[in-house]
Design a protein around this ligand. Structure first.
Ligand code: DWN
Ligand code: SAH
Ligand code: ZN
Length: 407
Protein backbone atom coordinates (compact mmCIF):
# COMPACT_ATOMS: atom_id res chain seq x y z
CA UNK A 1 0.00 0.00 0.00
CA UNK A 2 1.41 3.38 -0.99
CA UNK A 3 0.57 7.05 -0.75
CA UNK A 4 1.02 10.07 -3.01
CA UNK A 5 0.42 13.81 -2.93
CA UNK A 6 -3.11 14.91 -3.81
CA UNK A 7 -3.21 16.82 -7.11
CA UNK A 8 -6.05 18.97 -5.76
CA UNK A 9 -5.05 19.96 -2.22
CA UNK A 10 -1.52 18.53 -1.64
CA UNK A 11 -2.97 16.29 1.11
CA UNK A 12 -2.15 12.59 1.36
CA UNK A 13 -3.70 10.16 -1.10
CA UNK A 14 -4.00 6.70 0.45
CA UNK A 15 -4.19 3.71 -1.89
CA UNK A 16 -7.25 1.44 -1.69
CA UNK A 17 -7.03 -0.65 -4.87
CA UNK A 18 -4.08 -1.99 -6.86
CA UNK A 19 -4.10 -3.56 -10.34
CA UNK A 20 -0.34 -4.00 -10.58
CA UNK A 21 1.63 -3.26 -13.77
CA UNK A 22 -0.59 -2.30 -16.69
CA UNK A 23 0.01 -1.18 -20.28
CA UNK A 24 -1.53 1.95 -21.84
CA UNK A 25 -5.16 1.17 -22.59
CA UNK A 26 -5.15 2.54 -26.14
CA UNK A 27 -1.64 1.45 -27.17
CA UNK A 28 -2.70 -1.27 -29.65
CA UNK A 29 0.26 -3.36 -30.74
CA UNK A 30 1.37 -4.19 -34.30
CA UNK A 31 1.55 -7.97 -34.77
CA UNK A 32 4.95 -9.45 -35.53
CA UNK A 33 7.78 -8.43 -33.27
CA UNK A 34 6.12 -5.97 -30.94
CA UNK A 35 8.30 -3.38 -29.25
CA UNK A 36 8.47 -3.64 -25.51
CA UNK A 37 5.31 -2.07 -24.14
CA UNK A 38 5.33 0.86 -21.73
CA UNK A 39 3.84 -0.10 -18.38
CA UNK A 40 3.03 1.72 -15.17
CA UNK A 41 1.53 0.73 -11.81
CA UNK A 42 -2.24 1.17 -11.90
CA UNK A 43 -3.41 1.89 -8.36
CA UNK A 44 -6.18 4.14 -7.02
CA UNK A 45 -6.38 6.07 -3.78
CA UNK A 46 -8.50 8.68 -2.04
CA UNK A 47 -7.28 11.92 -0.49
CA UNK A 48 -7.81 11.87 3.25
CA UNK A 49 -8.25 15.68 3.26
CA UNK A 50 -10.44 16.56 0.24
CA UNK A 51 -11.81 13.09 -0.71
CA UNK A 52 -10.67 13.27 -4.36
CA UNK A 53 -10.16 9.78 -5.78
CA UNK A 54 -7.16 9.59 -8.14
CA UNK A 55 -4.43 7.38 -9.54
CA UNK A 56 -1.24 7.12 -7.51
CA UNK A 57 0.99 7.09 -10.56
CA UNK A 58 0.43 9.28 -13.62
CA UNK A 59 1.40 8.59 -17.22
CA UNK A 60 2.86 11.53 -19.21
CA UNK A 61 -0.06 12.86 -21.34
CA UNK A 62 1.97 12.83 -24.59
CA UNK A 63 2.38 9.05 -24.26
CA UNK A 64 -1.40 8.58 -24.29
CA UNK A 65 -2.70 11.39 -26.51
CA UNK A 66 -0.79 11.72 -29.78
CA UNK A 67 -1.26 11.62 -33.55
CA UNK A 68 -2.32 7.97 -33.58
CA UNK A 69 -4.80 8.04 -30.65
CA UNK A 70 -7.41 5.53 -31.90
CA UNK A 71 -10.67 6.28 -30.02
CA UNK A 72 -13.42 7.83 -32.12
CA UNK A 73 -16.28 9.42 -30.20
CA UNK A 74 -18.67 9.02 -33.13
CA UNK A 75 -18.29 5.22 -33.02
CA UNK A 76 -21.65 4.60 -31.36
CA UNK A 77 -25.13 5.78 -32.29
CA UNK A 78 -25.98 6.23 -28.61
CA UNK A 79 -23.12 8.67 -28.05
CA UNK A 80 -23.87 10.55 -31.29
CA UNK A 81 -27.41 11.06 -29.97
CA UNK A 82 -26.16 12.04 -26.51
CA UNK A 83 -23.87 14.79 -27.85
CA UNK A 84 -26.41 16.02 -30.37
CA UNK A 85 -28.97 16.42 -27.55
CA UNK A 86 -26.44 18.40 -25.52
CA UNK A 87 -25.61 20.65 -28.49
CA UNK A 88 -29.33 21.30 -29.01
CA UNK A 89 -29.69 22.13 -25.32
CA UNK A 90 -26.84 24.65 -25.54
CA UNK A 91 -28.33 26.21 -28.67
CA UNK A 92 -31.77 26.48 -27.08
CA UNK A 93 -30.85 27.56 -23.54
CA UNK A 94 -27.35 29.01 -23.26
CA UNK A 95 -26.62 30.51 -26.67
CA UNK A 96 -29.96 32.15 -27.54
CA UNK A 97 -29.41 35.03 -29.96
CA UNK A 98 -25.92 35.33 -28.65
CA UNK A 99 -22.55 35.87 -30.26
CA UNK A 100 -21.01 33.80 -27.47
CA UNK A 101 -18.02 31.53 -27.96
CA UNK A 102 -18.20 27.78 -27.20
CA UNK A 103 -14.89 26.09 -26.37
CA UNK A 104 -14.68 22.31 -26.13
CA UNK A 105 -11.73 20.54 -24.51
CA UNK A 106 -11.08 17.08 -25.98
CA UNK A 107 -13.51 17.54 -28.89
CA UNK A 108 -12.18 14.33 -30.51
CA UNK A 109 -13.76 13.80 -33.96
CA UNK A 110 -16.21 16.68 -33.47
CA UNK A 111 -19.16 14.58 -32.35
CA UNK A 112 -20.61 17.50 -30.32
CA UNK A 113 -19.15 20.61 -31.97
CA UNK A 114 -20.28 19.77 -35.51
CA UNK A 115 -23.85 20.69 -34.54
CA UNK A 116 -22.64 23.95 -32.99
CA UNK A 117 -20.61 24.71 -36.13
CA UNK A 118 -23.60 23.83 -38.33
CA UNK A 119 -25.72 26.34 -36.39
CA UNK A 120 -23.14 29.02 -37.20
CA UNK A 121 -22.12 29.60 -33.58
CA UNK A 122 -18.57 30.78 -32.81
CA UNK A 123 -16.62 27.81 -31.44
CA UNK A 124 -13.19 26.33 -30.87
CA UNK A 125 -12.20 22.72 -30.25
CA UNK A 126 -9.00 21.88 -28.38
CA UNK A 127 -7.81 18.38 -29.23
CA UNK A 128 -4.16 17.24 -28.88
CA UNK A 129 -4.62 13.93 -30.74
CA UNK A 130 -3.87 14.86 -34.35
CA UNK A 131 -5.74 12.23 -36.37
CA UNK A 132 -9.00 12.60 -34.47
CA UNK A 133 -8.64 16.41 -34.60
CA UNK A 134 -8.27 16.14 -38.41
CA UNK A 135 -11.58 14.29 -38.56
CA UNK A 136 -13.23 17.18 -36.68
CA UNK A 137 -11.63 19.70 -39.04
CA UNK A 138 -12.92 17.75 -42.03
CA UNK A 139 -16.43 18.37 -40.64
CA UNK A 140 -15.94 22.13 -40.70
CA UNK A 141 -14.92 22.56 -37.06
CA UNK A 142 -12.24 24.99 -35.93
CA UNK A 143 -9.72 22.93 -33.89
CA UNK A 144 -6.40 23.66 -32.27
CA UNK A 145 -4.24 20.53 -31.98
CA UNK A 146 -2.94 21.30 -28.50
CA UNK A 147 -3.23 20.30 -24.85
CA UNK A 148 -5.47 22.71 -22.97
CA UNK A 149 -3.71 24.39 -20.04
CA UNK A 150 -3.67 27.82 -18.38
CA UNK A 151 -1.37 29.30 -21.07
CA UNK A 152 -3.64 28.06 -23.83
CA UNK A 153 -6.68 29.47 -21.98
CA UNK A 154 -5.00 32.89 -21.97
CA UNK A 155 -4.19 32.58 -25.70
CA UNK A 156 -7.78 31.66 -26.53
CA UNK A 157 -9.04 34.65 -24.58
CA UNK A 158 -6.58 36.98 -26.31
CA UNK A 159 -7.40 35.73 -29.81
CA UNK A 160 -11.09 34.83 -29.55
CA UNK A 161 -12.41 36.64 -26.48
CA UNK A 162 -14.14 35.14 -23.42
CA UNK A 163 -16.21 31.94 -23.64
CA UNK A 164 -19.91 31.72 -22.84
CA UNK A 165 -19.64 27.94 -22.51
CA UNK A 166 -16.63 25.69 -21.95
CA UNK A 167 -17.39 22.00 -22.31
CA UNK A 168 -15.36 18.85 -21.64
CA UNK A 169 -16.80 15.33 -21.97
CA UNK A 170 -14.66 12.50 -20.66
CA UNK A 171 -11.66 14.81 -20.72
CA UNK A 172 -11.23 16.69 -17.42
CA UNK A 173 -10.79 13.39 -15.54
CA UNK A 174 -7.99 12.60 -18.04
CA UNK A 175 -5.88 15.60 -17.01
CA UNK A 176 -3.78 15.24 -13.83
CA UNK A 177 -3.26 19.01 -13.80
CA UNK A 178 -7.05 19.59 -13.83
CA UNK A 179 -6.95 21.76 -10.68
CA UNK A 180 -4.55 24.23 -12.34
CA UNK A 181 -6.64 24.08 -15.50
CA UNK A 182 -9.61 25.36 -13.52
CA UNK A 183 -7.76 28.68 -13.12
CA UNK A 184 -7.50 28.89 -16.90
CA UNK A 185 -11.18 27.99 -17.26
CA UNK A 186 -12.20 30.64 -14.70
CA UNK A 187 -10.26 33.36 -16.51
CA UNK A 188 -11.52 32.30 -19.95
CA UNK A 189 -15.21 32.37 -18.95
CA UNK A 190 -17.32 35.39 -19.88
CA UNK A 191 -19.36 36.90 -17.02
CA UNK A 192 -22.20 34.47 -16.24
CA UNK A 193 -20.53 31.81 -18.42
CA UNK A 194 -20.41 28.14 -17.48
CA UNK A 195 -17.96 25.25 -17.52
CA UNK A 196 -19.82 21.98 -18.10
CA UNK A 197 -18.02 18.66 -17.86
CA UNK A 198 -19.09 15.04 -17.61
CA UNK A 199 -17.05 12.07 -16.44
CA UNK A 200 -17.58 8.56 -15.03
CA UNK A 201 -19.21 8.81 -11.60
CA UNK A 202 -17.21 7.21 -8.83
CA UNK A 203 -20.38 6.25 -6.92
CA UNK A 204 -21.51 4.21 -9.96
CA UNK A 205 -18.11 2.55 -10.22
CA UNK A 206 -18.36 1.44 -6.58
CA UNK A 207 -22.04 0.41 -6.82
CA UNK A 208 -21.47 -1.71 -9.96
CA UNK A 209 -17.87 -2.81 -9.31
CA UNK A 210 -17.15 -1.43 -12.79
CA UNK A 211 -13.44 -1.49 -12.09
CA UNK A 212 -12.68 -1.40 -15.81
CA UNK A 213 -13.30 2.36 -15.67
CA UNK A 214 -9.95 2.48 -13.91
CA UNK A 215 -7.11 2.79 -16.44
CA UNK A 216 -4.25 5.11 -17.41
CA UNK A 217 -6.38 7.80 -19.10
CA UNK A 218 -8.82 8.15 -16.20
CA UNK A 219 -6.69 9.94 -13.62
CA UNK A 220 -9.54 11.34 -11.47
CA UNK A 221 -12.77 9.60 -10.32
CA UNK A 222 -15.06 12.50 -9.47
CA UNK A 223 -18.00 12.90 -7.09
CA UNK A 224 -20.16 15.98 -6.53
CA UNK A 225 -18.47 16.35 -3.14
CA UNK A 226 -14.89 16.24 -4.42
CA UNK A 227 -15.68 18.45 -7.43
CA UNK A 228 -17.44 21.08 -5.30
CA UNK A 229 -14.40 21.25 -2.98
CA UNK A 230 -11.95 21.41 -5.89
CA UNK A 231 -13.97 24.17 -7.60
CA UNK A 232 -14.01 26.32 -4.44
CA UNK A 233 -10.22 26.39 -4.37
CA UNK A 234 -10.22 28.04 -7.82
CA UNK A 235 -12.91 30.70 -7.49
CA UNK A 236 -15.56 28.48 -9.04
CA UNK A 237 -18.74 26.96 -7.68
CA UNK A 238 -20.66 23.77 -8.46
CA UNK A 239 -24.05 25.15 -9.50
CA UNK A 240 -25.70 22.10 -11.04
CA UNK A 241 -25.24 18.38 -11.34
CA UNK A 242 -27.07 15.81 -13.46
CA UNK A 243 -26.79 12.04 -13.60
CA UNK A 244 -26.22 10.58 -17.08
CA UNK A 245 -26.74 6.96 -18.10
CA UNK A 246 -23.99 6.97 -20.75
CA UNK A 247 -20.61 5.20 -20.35
CA UNK A 248 -21.86 3.15 -17.42
CA UNK A 249 -23.02 6.13 -15.32
CA UNK A 250 -21.63 9.65 -15.29
CA UNK A 251 -22.26 12.99 -13.62
CA UNK A 252 -22.50 16.19 -15.63
CA UNK A 253 -21.17 19.07 -13.53
CA UNK A 254 -21.85 22.74 -14.18
CA UNK A 255 -19.41 25.24 -12.66
CA UNK A 256 -19.69 29.03 -12.68
CA UNK A 257 -17.59 31.75 -11.11
CA UNK A 258 -18.50 31.99 -7.44
CA UNK A 259 -21.73 33.91 -6.90
CA UNK A 260 -22.58 34.32 -10.59
CA UNK A 261 -25.29 31.66 -10.90
CA UNK A 262 -27.98 30.28 -8.57
CA UNK A 263 -27.22 26.82 -7.15
CA UNK A 264 -29.68 24.13 -8.25
CA UNK A 265 -31.21 21.91 -5.55
CA UNK A 266 -29.70 18.84 -7.27
CA UNK A 267 -26.26 19.81 -5.92
CA UNK A 268 -27.32 19.46 -2.27
CA UNK A 269 -29.35 16.34 -3.03
CA UNK A 270 -26.52 14.48 -4.77
CA UNK A 271 -23.99 15.52 -2.10
CA UNK A 272 -26.34 14.32 0.66
CA UNK A 273 -26.78 10.98 -1.15
CA UNK A 274 -22.99 10.63 -1.42
CA UNK A 275 -22.66 11.31 2.33
CA UNK A 276 -25.15 8.55 3.06
CA UNK A 277 -23.96 5.90 0.63
CA UNK A 278 -20.32 6.35 -0.41
CA UNK A 279 -17.57 4.79 1.72
CA UNK A 280 -16.14 7.68 3.75
CA UNK A 281 -12.43 7.28 3.04
CA UNK A 282 -9.59 5.02 1.92
CA UNK A 283 -10.04 2.57 4.82
CA UNK A 284 -13.72 2.01 4.05
CA UNK A 285 -12.97 1.86 0.32
CA UNK A 286 -10.76 -1.18 0.74
CA UNK A 287 -13.87 -3.36 0.37
CA UNK A 288 -13.82 -2.23 -3.29
CA UNK A 289 -10.65 -4.26 -3.91
CA UNK A 290 -12.39 -7.32 -2.45
CA UNK A 291 -15.38 -6.79 -4.77
CA UNK A 292 -13.02 -6.41 -7.76
CA UNK A 293 -11.28 -9.66 -6.90
CA UNK A 294 -14.61 -11.50 -6.56
CA UNK A 295 -15.65 -10.19 -9.98
CA UNK A 296 -12.32 -11.31 -11.46
CA UNK A 297 -12.67 -14.81 -9.96
CA UNK A 298 -16.20 -15.19 -11.32
CA UNK A 299 -15.31 -13.97 -14.81
CA UNK A 300 -12.21 -16.12 -15.15
CA UNK A 301 -14.12 -19.12 -13.72
CA UNK A 302 -16.95 -18.65 -16.22
CA UNK A 303 -14.60 -18.30 -19.20
CA UNK A 304 -12.47 -21.31 -18.19
CA UNK A 305 -15.54 -23.51 -17.70
CA UNK A 306 -16.94 -22.56 -21.11
CA UNK A 307 -13.54 -23.04 -22.74
CA UNK A 308 -13.07 -26.49 -21.16
CA UNK A 309 -16.45 -27.50 -22.63
CA UNK A 310 -15.17 -26.56 -26.08
CA UNK A 311 -17.09 -23.28 -26.48
CA UNK A 312 -15.64 -20.80 -28.97
CA UNK A 313 -15.40 -17.41 -27.28
CA UNK A 314 -14.91 -13.93 -28.73
CA UNK A 315 -14.82 -10.38 -27.37
CA UNK A 316 -16.95 -7.43 -28.52
CA UNK A 317 -15.45 -3.92 -28.38
CA UNK A 318 -11.70 -3.38 -27.92
CA UNK A 319 -12.43 -0.68 -25.37
CA UNK A 320 -9.93 1.19 -23.23
CA UNK A 321 -11.85 -0.26 -20.28
CA UNK A 322 -11.21 -3.80 -21.47
CA UNK A 323 -7.47 -3.31 -21.07
CA UNK A 324 -7.81 -3.39 -17.28
CA UNK A 325 -10.18 -6.38 -17.32
CA UNK A 326 -8.15 -8.47 -19.77
CA UNK A 327 -4.80 -7.75 -18.16
CA UNK A 328 -5.92 -7.94 -14.54
CA UNK A 329 -7.78 -11.23 -15.21
CA UNK A 330 -4.90 -12.49 -17.40
CA UNK A 331 -7.28 -13.23 -20.26
CA UNK A 332 -5.33 -13.74 -23.50
CA UNK A 333 -5.86 -15.25 -26.96
CA UNK A 334 -5.99 -18.81 -25.57
CA UNK A 335 -9.34 -18.02 -23.90
CA UNK A 336 -10.57 -15.23 -26.20
CA UNK A 337 -8.99 -15.71 -29.67
CA UNK A 338 -10.26 -12.42 -31.17
CA UNK A 339 -12.14 -9.22 -30.39
CA UNK A 340 -14.34 -7.46 -32.92
CA UNK A 341 -14.24 -3.67 -33.14
CA UNK A 342 -15.54 -1.15 -35.67
CA UNK A 343 -12.61 1.30 -35.21
CA UNK A 344 -10.38 1.13 -38.32
CA UNK A 345 -7.10 1.94 -36.52
CA UNK A 346 -7.65 -0.79 -33.89
CA UNK A 347 -8.28 -3.49 -36.52
CA UNK A 348 -5.31 -5.66 -37.46
CA UNK A 349 -3.62 -4.81 -34.16
CA UNK A 350 -3.32 -6.69 -30.86
CA UNK A 351 -4.85 -5.50 -27.60
CA UNK A 352 -2.31 -3.85 -25.27
CA UNK A 353 -0.67 -6.29 -22.87
CA UNK A 354 -3.10 -9.16 -23.51
CA UNK A 355 -2.25 -9.38 -27.26
CA UNK A 356 -5.65 -10.50 -28.55
CA UNK A 357 -6.13 -9.80 -32.29
CA UNK A 358 -8.70 -7.10 -33.12
CA UNK A 359 -10.87 -7.91 -36.17
CA UNK A 360 -13.49 -5.97 -38.13
CA UNK A 361 -17.20 -6.71 -37.52
CA UNK A 362 -17.40 -8.84 -40.69
CA UNK A 363 -15.22 -11.44 -38.92
CA UNK A 364 -17.68 -11.65 -36.04
CA UNK A 365 -20.46 -12.86 -38.30
CA UNK A 366 -18.11 -15.15 -40.25
CA UNK A 367 -16.54 -16.83 -37.20
CA UNK A 368 -19.85 -17.18 -35.30
CA UNK A 369 -18.56 -17.60 -31.73
CA UNK A 370 -20.70 -19.54 -29.23
CA UNK A 371 -20.12 -16.99 -26.47
CA UNK A 372 -19.11 -13.33 -26.64
CA UNK A 373 -17.61 -11.28 -23.86
CA UNK A 374 -19.34 -7.90 -24.06
CA UNK A 375 -16.37 -5.62 -23.36
CA UNK A 376 -18.28 -2.53 -24.58
CA UNK A 377 -20.99 -3.21 -21.96
CA UNK A 378 -21.84 0.50 -21.77
CA UNK A 379 -23.18 0.21 -25.35
CA UNK A 380 -25.03 -3.07 -24.62
CA UNK A 381 -28.49 -1.98 -25.81
CA UNK A 382 -27.14 -0.79 -29.15
CA UNK A 383 -24.86 -3.79 -29.73
CA UNK A 384 -27.35 -6.47 -28.68
CA UNK A 385 -29.99 -4.86 -30.94
CA UNK A 386 -27.59 -4.67 -33.89
CA UNK A 387 -26.51 -8.27 -33.35
CA UNK A 388 -30.02 -9.75 -33.01
CA UNK A 389 -29.12 -12.39 -35.61
CA UNK A 390 -26.20 -13.60 -33.45
CA UNK A 391 -28.47 -14.18 -30.45
CA UNK A 392 -31.23 -15.67 -32.62
CA UNK A 393 -28.73 -18.20 -34.00
CA UNK A 394 -27.96 -19.35 -30.44
CA UNK A 395 -25.01 -17.07 -29.60
CA UNK A 396 -24.73 -15.97 -25.96
CA UNK A 397 -23.47 -12.77 -24.37
CA UNK A 398 -21.19 -12.80 -21.32
CA UNK A 399 -21.41 -9.66 -19.17
CA UNK A 400 -19.50 -8.74 -16.04
CA UNK A 401 -21.06 -5.46 -14.88
CA UNK A 402 -22.60 -5.33 -12.35
CA UNK A 403 -22.28 -9.14 -12.03
CA UNK A 404 -20.96 -11.90 -14.23
CA UNK A 405 -23.84 -13.44 -16.18
CA UNK A 406 -24.41 -15.32 -19.41
CA UNK A 407 -27.60 -14.60 -21.35
O1 DWN B 1 -13.10 8.14 -21.52
C1 DWN B 1 -12.93 7.64 -22.60
C2 DWN B 1 -14.12 7.20 -23.37
C3 DWN B 1 -15.03 8.33 -23.70
O2 DWN B 1 -13.75 6.59 -24.58
C4 DWN B 1 -11.58 7.48 -23.23
N1 DWN B 1 -10.58 7.50 -22.20
C5 DWN B 1 -11.42 6.27 -24.08
C6 DWN B 1 -12.70 5.65 -24.56
O3 DWN B 1 -13.04 4.58 -23.68
P1 DWN B 1 -13.58 3.17 -24.25
O4 DWN B 1 -12.66 2.71 -25.32
O5 DWN B 1 -13.80 2.31 -23.09
O6 DWN B 1 -14.96 3.71 -24.88
P2 DWN B 1 -16.22 3.00 -25.49
O7 DWN B 1 -17.11 4.04 -26.05
O8 DWN B 1 -16.86 2.06 -24.55
O9 DWN B 1 -15.62 2.13 -26.71
C7 DWN B 1 -16.45 1.35 -27.49
C8 DWN B 1 -15.60 0.52 -28.45
O10 DWN B 1 -16.41 -0.46 -29.04
C9 DWN B 1 -15.02 1.37 -29.59
O11 DWN B 1 -13.72 0.86 -29.91
C10 DWN B 1 -15.98 1.08 -30.73
C11 DWN B 1 -16.45 -0.31 -30.45
N2 DWN B 1 -17.82 -0.57 -30.91
C12 DWN B 1 -18.05 -1.54 -31.87
O12 DWN B 1 -17.10 -2.19 -32.34
N3 DWN B 1 -19.34 -1.76 -32.28
C13 DWN B 1 -18.86 0.14 -30.36
C14 DWN B 1 -20.15 -0.08 -30.79
C15 DWN B 1 -21.31 0.71 -30.21
C16 DWN B 1 -20.41 -1.08 -31.81
O13 DWN B 1 -21.55 -1.32 -32.21
N1 SAH C 1 -14.97 14.23 -25.65
C1 SAH C 1 -14.87 12.96 -26.34
C2 SAH C 1 -13.47 12.34 -26.25
C3 SAH C 1 -13.11 11.68 -24.97
S1 SAH C 1 -11.53 10.83 -25.05
C4 SAH C 1 -15.92 11.99 -25.83
O1 SAH C 1 -16.50 12.20 -24.79
O2 SAH C 1 -16.14 10.98 -26.48
C5 SAH C 1 -10.50 12.03 -24.26
C6 SAH C 1 -10.03 13.09 -25.25
O3 SAH C 1 -9.36 14.13 -24.51
C7 SAH C 1 -9.01 12.56 -26.26
O4 SAH C 1 -9.47 12.82 -27.55
C8 SAH C 1 -7.73 13.31 -25.91
O5 SAH C 1 -6.90 13.56 -27.01
C9 SAH C 1 -8.26 14.58 -25.25
N2 SAH C 1 -7.36 15.27 -24.30
C10 SAH C 1 -6.50 14.72 -23.42
N3 SAH C 1 -5.84 15.68 -22.72
C11 SAH C 1 -6.33 16.87 -23.14
C12 SAH C 1 -6.07 18.23 -22.81
N4 SAH C 1 -5.16 18.57 -21.89
N5 SAH C 1 -6.77 19.20 -23.46
C13 SAH C 1 -7.69 18.88 -24.40
N6 SAH C 1 -7.97 17.60 -24.76
C14 SAH C 1 -7.31 16.61 -24.14
ZN1 ZN D 1 -6.89 16.37 -1.61
Amino acid sequence: MTTSECRVCAGTVVEFCDFGKQPLSNAFVRPGAPDEEYTFRLAVGACAACSMVQLLEEVPPERMFHAGYPYLSSGSAGMRRHFRDFAEHLLAVELLADEGLVVELGCNDGVMLHRIAEAGVRHLGVEPSRDVAERARARGIDVWTEFFDTDLAARIRAERGPAKVIYAANTLCHIPSAPAILDGVRDLLAPGGIFVFEDPYFADIVAQTSYDQIYDEHFFYFTATSVARMAERHGLELVDVEHLDVHGGELRYTLARTGERPIASAVGEVRAAENRTLPAGPDELRSFQAAVDTSRRELVGTLRTLHSRGARIAGYGATAKSSTVLNYCEIGPALVPFITDSTPSKQGRLTPGSHIPVCPPSQFAARAPDHTLLLAWNHADEIVANERAYRAAGGRWIRYVPRVRVS
